[in-house]
Design a protein around this ligand. Structure first.
Ligand code: C5P
Length: 400
């Protein structure tokens, strides 16, 4: 499987002669499954036009920090959050120095400061500039801060010199990017995930439901599959494509969701209950459309089964993960739910924050397990899902 599948790669291009190779790098990243957006510095635009990189990446190229129109489209903070990886190729001596200084006086350096994601640098410069102690120190500092570096390669340079300083070949840079995501942390595991809302039918045309988009559950399924797990997604009705390498089982009601899950529990290693299951269903289902008559109408509802708690009560049971959407005392309520439902892990969301949650592409959460917890700051649901999968993998019981 391409390890950059579905990854958002932000490519920073700075002003060096190797900038022309960035065009090929975009293709190489895309061939490995990445979505690519490009930031160019002013100097980079002297070597290659934004139009070329826009055509290849299929997205407008970002060039300015203080362009109100561009900021309205995708601002610098959104870009920084969008990126699962920032690759700077070529990275000039000047860019390295500015990263060391923590400058934020253009779009690329600002995004580099603002992104929580890994940064991969492909330096390119004259061999003497590369060997200069100032550059060596800058490189050491950036590596110490956790940035990754690929190259430079040795050979004939555009200036006629021979030595280290050539940008690595695009395919090698793309491979290095790919290697950062190699995970396989759930290989051989079977994962069952519920997602989306449930629909509780009143009659042939009406139902009770909720606004769950299913995005978080689908992102988790994608992340689990990427981590090498055999993944089944039991999904209520949503408008989302099934992620690659994921088996989807479509259901409507909570009862159907419960049955679909229980029938697939054998051999299941991990269960993640992400669905917004309706707590109640109509006590009776009318086979004919209900006619309006009186000014008032009373609906009698009965409790639905708690799916995640039923899974946690099964014997043997998988490692069971639930969600807790709360509006106040988020952590306290989540920990109470962790115990009451006998879960192994719970992911707590503050749903009073309108910028994240239900229909948003972003989310923030605190993951709790019996002996610990970890806050995951706001990120794309895709990014958050990968972090959750990594935490789940870390908490799995060790089997000898
Ligand atoms: O109790 P509450 O609805 O807040 O719990 C949320 C968690 O329980 C989520 O993981 C949700 O998927 C799961 N749940 C369930 N079946 C229900 C209600 C909630 O699996 N009937």
């Amino acid at each position: 499987m391409a390890h950059l599948f579905n990854r958002n790669v932000l490519l920073g291009v700075t002003g060096g002669i190797a900038a022309y190779k960035s065009a090929e790098l975009i293709r190489q990243l895309q061939e490995r499954g990445a979505r690519v957006r490009v930031i160019m510095t002013g100097a980079a635009q002297e070597f290659i036009t934004p139009l070329t990189l826009q055509a290849l990446s299929g997205n407008p190229v970002h060039t300015d920090l203080l362009d109100a129109e561009a900021e309205q489209g995708m601002g610098h903070i959104e870009l920084a959050r969008w990126a699962d990886l920032l690759v700077v190729a070529p990275a000039t001596a000047d860019l390295l120095a500015r990263l060391v200084a923590g400058r934020a006086d253009d779009l690329l350096t600002t995004v580099a400061l603002a992104t929580p994601s890994p940064i991969l640098l492909a330096p390119a410069m004259n061999q003497q500039m590369w060997r200069d102690p100032a550059t060596s120190r800058n490189v050491a500092t950036l590596l110490e801060r956790g940035m990754k570096m690929i190259g430079p390669a040795e050979g004939l340079q555009a200036c006629g010199d021979i030595g280290p300083g050539r940008m690595e070949e695009p395919a090698t840079i793309a491979e290095a990017a790919e290697a950062l995501f190699e995970s396989g942390i759930l290989s051989g595991k079977r994962v069952l995930i519920t997602a989306g809302p449930t629909r509780e039918a009143l009659d042939p045309v009406r139902y009770i439901s909720n606004h769950s988009s299913g995005k978080m559950g689908y992102a988790l399924a994608r992340a689990a599959a990427e981590a090498g797990a055999r993944t089944i997604l039991v999904s209520g009705p949503v408008r989302l494509d099934t992620p690659e390498h994921v088996e989807r089982v479509a259901v409507n009601s909570a009862q159907e969701m419960l049955e679909a899950c229980m029938a697939r529990l054998t051999d299941c290693d991990i269960f993640i209950g992400c669905a917004a299951v309706a707590d109640y269903r109509p006590a009776e289902w009318q086979s004919e459309k209900i006619k309006k008559s009186d000014q008032e109408m009373t609906l009698r509802l009965v409790r639905n089964p708690d799916i995640v708690a039923s899974v946690a009560a099964a014997e043997p049971r998988p490692f069971t993960v639930g969600f807790a959407a709360e509006t106040n005392n988020v952590i306290e309520h989540a920990r109470e739910k962790l115990l009451r439902k006998r879960l192994d892990m719970i992911i707590a969301n503050d749903v009073s924050d309108e910028r994240i949650g239900f229909n948003s592409d972003f989310n923030a959460a605190t993951v709790l397990w019996p002996e610990g917890e970890q806050a995951l700051p706001q990120a794309s649901k895709e990014n958050l899902a990968r972090q959750i999968i990594a935490l789940v993998a870390g908490q799995l019981p060790v089997v000898n």
